[in-house]
Design a protein around this ligand. Structure first.
Ligand code: SDX
Length: 432
């Protein structure tokens, strides 16, 4: 069992002639935090931390990141070991239940997920309501929220497990249906004889006109991509899932909010932005040097997408694994690696450039993932949907941990008010 936080020395805040001693807690990896739960009650003061860069929202035993050392572990297991040896459903079980599954547990879980991949027939009419050119992310956010209308029973421990399986099982079907709707092709029903990644690839690229043969190497690559995206502690979208779930909103509604947060170009939307950036460089700039010059210019809107991270001030370990797999996948599908060459040239130059080095800006998970998604034939506007599919078990695990926390309470941050002090209403004729 992971160790609980242990009380450490104390911290003293002194202000206006008074001082307050606050407990310091230490996590299992030696991180320490000042516990300010009593701050406002005892001093009337709050803290402020725009973007929460210095604020821990919770104690968690799901994922550990060391941004300085470039370490990422799910429930203590290093990400490279899981990516190379585990399956996505095995990792999903690990994140949600805290331990790697036994053979029987994995078999039963896989069977349960497989048997929940189908969507209610009404969903086909639901998709028809969306414009053909709708971005698939809001389609997925709306579809996941709509699951609440099909499964209306009030949440219990038993049906909560079923909701978790339904989300993991139906996300690939929803994603593929969003794509099929956008290209005017018939939906392909999931097939129970296929594994998770193969089922998705067939629903995406198969048609009723001919059988679609899944390439096992590409299916395994996709499975590994999903593992790399499965969780990442208290990032923007996961904090959103926790925040929404803290009001006792159900799991579907909480995850739907997380999908909308992930869509942002500074977060999960960056993988689409990276490929569009690489394609622009290939088509317009012609040179990585010229683009980087613009990316460093504050007056320019260009940013080196896929670079930089709030936590990693070293190479994102996921980017290193993805970079290694790019060549394998490109060779397998026999597509040009022009975009990969541009990406590697950008990385080579940036990692020697003081602007990036001094700000500790390194490739993050989004920098190379798009090259692989493109090689798999995934359309660019579906890249963040792939991120959503991977992140699903992480959101579920974090939401469950929040709900099962003995100190559970609704999230409600405070503020420092900077608006007008009291003033009286003026009739419209006296407003000048
Ligand atoms: C994900 O949180 C997670 O864990 C997220 C994630 C996950 O798995 O859930 O890892 C997934 O979201 C990865 C990040 C994907 N986003 C991008 O690749 C977009 C490009 N990166 C940035 O916009 C930025 O680096 C962030 C948003 C990722 C982090 O932003 P921060 O921590 O708020 O840092 P910042 O914007 O304050 O940047 C610090 C400095 C600034 O310059 P100065 O004001 O010091 O002069 O670095 C500069 C920034 O202008 N900078 C960049 C840059 N990223 C930061 N300059 C050029 N190109 C960049 N990519």
């Amino acid at each position: 069992m992971p160790s609980q936080t242990v009380p450490q020395k104390e911290a003293t805040i002194s202000y206006d002639g008074k001082s307050l001693v606050l407990p310091v807690i230490r996590g299992s990896e030696g991180e320490t935090a000042v516990n300010i739960e009593k701050l406002r009650a005892q001093t009337g003061m709050v803290t402020i931390d725009p973007g929460y860069g210095n604020t821990g929202s919770c104690k968690s035993s799901v994922t550990f990141i060391d941004g300085d050392k470039g370490i990422l572990r799910y429930r203590g297991y290093p990400i490279d070991q899981l990516a190379e040896n585990a399956s996505f459903l095995e990792v999903a079980w690990l994140l949600i239940h805290g331990e790697l599954p036994t053979a029987d547990q994995l078999r039963d879980f896989t069977t349960s997920v497989t048997r929940h991949t189908l969507l209610h027939e009404n969903f086909s009419r639901f998709f028809e309501a969306f414009p053909k050119d709708a971005h698939p992310m809001p389609v997925c956010a709306a579809s996941i929220a709509a699951l609440t209308t099909f499964y209306q029973a009030p949440e219990t421990d038993e049906n909560r497990d079923e909701s978790m399986v339904r989300l993991i099982a139906k996300m690939p079907t929803i994603a593929a249906y969003a794509y099929k709707h956008s290209i005017g092709q018939p939906f392909m029903y999931p097939q129970n004889k296929l594994d998770y990644a193969s089922n998705f690839l067939r629903m995406m690229f198969g048609t009723p006109c001919e059988e679609y043969e899944v390439d096992p190497v590409l299916a395994r690559t996709l499975d590994m991509l999903l593992i790399l995206h499965a969780d990442h502690e208290q990032n923007c979208s996961t904090s959103t899932v926790r925040m929404v779930g803290s009001s006792r909103a159900n799991l579907y509604a909480s995850v739907s909010a997380g999908i909308s947060a992930l869509w942002g170009p500074l977060h999960g939307g960056a993988n689409q932005e990276v490929i569009e950036m690489l394609e622009r460089i290939e088509a317009e700039e012609g040179s990585a040097e010229k683009f980087l010059f613009r990316a460093k210019d504050k007056n320019e809107t260009a940013r080196l997408m896929g670079f930089g991270h709030r936590v990693y001030k070293n190479y994102d370990p996921r980017a290193a694994i993805l970079k290694k797999h790019c060549d394998v996948v490109l060779a397998r599908v026999g597509v040009s690696n022009k975009l990969l060459e541009i990406a590697m040239k950008l990385e080579e130059i940036a990692l020697k450039d003081d602007y990036f080095v001094s700000r500790k800006l390194y490739p993050n998970v989004d920098f190379y993932s798009g090259v692989i998604y493109k090689a798999l034939g995934i359309p660019v506007n579906m890249f963040t949907v792939m991120f959503t599919m991977g992140r699903m078990p992480g959101w579920i695990a974090q939401w469950l941990e929040m709900r099962q926390d003995p100190d559970f309470r609704i999230s409600r941050p405070r503020q420092i008010y900077t608006g007008h002090v009291q003033r009286d209403y003026k009739p419209i004729g006296e407003r000048g």
